[in-house]
Design a protein around this ligand. Structure first.
Ligand code: URA
Length: 283
């Protein structure tokens, strides 16, 4: 298996410029992206969500069977379609079953249910906290300022948004972008786990502590988990800062650059040899 990132010097040069632009701002000229993709799916996406089933790296991907405990998928009423989400066989089916969810109060205040977007067979899934105003309006994750920065971060390691899957812990916007309540996370978490199970990606990126604590199941300190690999039910998870934190404190960009370089290296190794990085103990 080869990676388009390491194979093409022009892409490597572009990635370096992307990184410099990430660090110092917008005034760095970037050459046009060279077309090195073999097959990009331009077919219409799902009616409500953008899920490409024919992503750039799909041919290279090796799926993982995440071993998620069944109690992650509570089913309190077998006659309620919303509680039937755990038998969904595809992301489209899952979306159909959950996008009208009103289990928590955020269902009543949302404009759009923000399911997630990207490749249904991605090898890398990025998980944020919750939709903001732009995401609520457009029904897509990470489309505001933080999202634009995330797109640049991905680009700096040779990835496009369509190569990965991007979603959030919460699918609905908390009013005034407040931090999600534990009860909201509890209600929404099974949807996230089901998404991750269906995608079966070998690599997961927790963007910020809300995602990290939800996925690793405990209270954490960013300083002790950032940039480290953890086991995630047989797959691997790396924690980094949320892009919104970088907007508030640009100094953190260097750390994120280190983390995404680590992700890129581990992914290249995985494509080459099928091996995942050694996980750290969660202390
Ligand atoms: N912040 C998030 O955590 N998710 C989004 O989708 C947008 C901003």
């Amino acid at each position: 298996m080869t990676s388009r990132y390491t194979e093409h010097p022009l892409e490597a040069a572009r990635a370096l410029l992307e990184y410099i632009r990430l660090i110092i701002g917008e005034r760095v000229f970037l050459p046009a992206t060279r077309s090195i993709m073999t097959s990009v799916d331009q077919s219409p996406a799902h009616e409500h969500i953008e899920i490409s089933s024919s992503p750039t790296m799909q041919e290279q991907s090796h799926k993982i069977q995440l071993v998620l405990p069944r109690h992650f998928f509570p089913s309190d009423c077998i006659f309620d379609k919303q509680n039937d989400y755990h038998t969904a066989q595809s992301l489209e089916e899952l979306y159909d079953r959950i996008h009208t969810c009103d289990k928590c109060p955020l269902g009543a205040t949302r404009t759009n249910f923000v399911f997630g977007a990207g490749s249904a067979t991605a090898d890398i899934v990025l998980i944020g906290e919750a939709p903001g105003a732009d995401e609520d309006r457009q029904g897509e994750p990470f489309v505001g300022r933080a999202g634009q920065l995330l797109t640049k971060i991905l680009s700096s390691i040779g990835l496009e948004r369509s190569d990965v899957f991007i979603c959030n812990v919460l699918k609905c916007r908390p009013p005034n972008n407040r931090t999600p309540e534990p009860s909201e996370i509890e209600q929404c978490k099974p949807y996230l786990y089901k998404q991750l199970e269906l995608i079966g990606a070998p690599f997961h990126v927790a963007l910020g502590l809300t995602a990290a604590e939800t996925l690793l199941g405990r209270k954490l300190k960013m300083s002790s988990v950032r940039g480290k690999w953890f086991d995630f039910y047989g797959a691997r998870l790396i924690v980094t800062y949320h892009p919104a934190a970088l907007l508030r404190n640009p100094e953190l960009k260097r750390d994120v650059w280190e983390d995404v370089k680590k992700l890129r290296q581990a992914y290249d190794e995985y494509l080459r040899s099928g091996t995942l990085p050694e996980p750290n103990e969660l202390t």
